[in-house]
Design a protein around this ligand. Structure first.
Ligand code: ZN
Length: 118
């Protein structure tokens, strides 16, 4: 599936990035954090993600297995993306679809992760 380069940002604009994705596998998760956050994420290989500004504004939060690095803007509090690894150890980013300019996806395509059981 052909990808598209989206521009993404937190709310205040301190954190900016670009990501190439076809938004082919948007996902929601029912773990204790995602349930509170209410986000829809799209995973992409690390090579498809470029942080263009705001690295010094990001605050990191890890919980449970500490496997996922939840990064949010210390100014406005928005988690525009998280990072971690897939089951094979490949680095990936989980991008908050709501933080991408002009992004839309088929809500019927949303998969549901049972993160609460991990
Ligand atoms: Zn911000």
């Amino acid at each position: 599936m052909a990808g598209h380069v989206y521009q993404g940002s937190c709310h205040c604009g301190a954190v900016r990035f670009s990501v190439e994705t076809a938004l082919e596998s948007p996902a929601q998760c029912n773990c204790s954090r995602c349930r509170r956050l209410g986000w829809t994420m799209q995973s992409v290989p690390a090579g498809k993600f470029v942080l263009s500004s705001g690295a010094d504004r990001l605050t990191s939060y890890r919980f449970n297995t500490k496997a996922i690095n939840h990064t949010f803007c210390s100014v406005c509090g928005i988690e525009a993306f998280a990072s971690g690894e897939d089951g094979s150890g490949n680095a990936l980013y989980m991008v908050n679809v709501s933080c991408l300019e002009g992004a839309s996806y088929d809500s019927a395509a949303v998969t549901h992760w049972d993160g609460a059981s991990f």
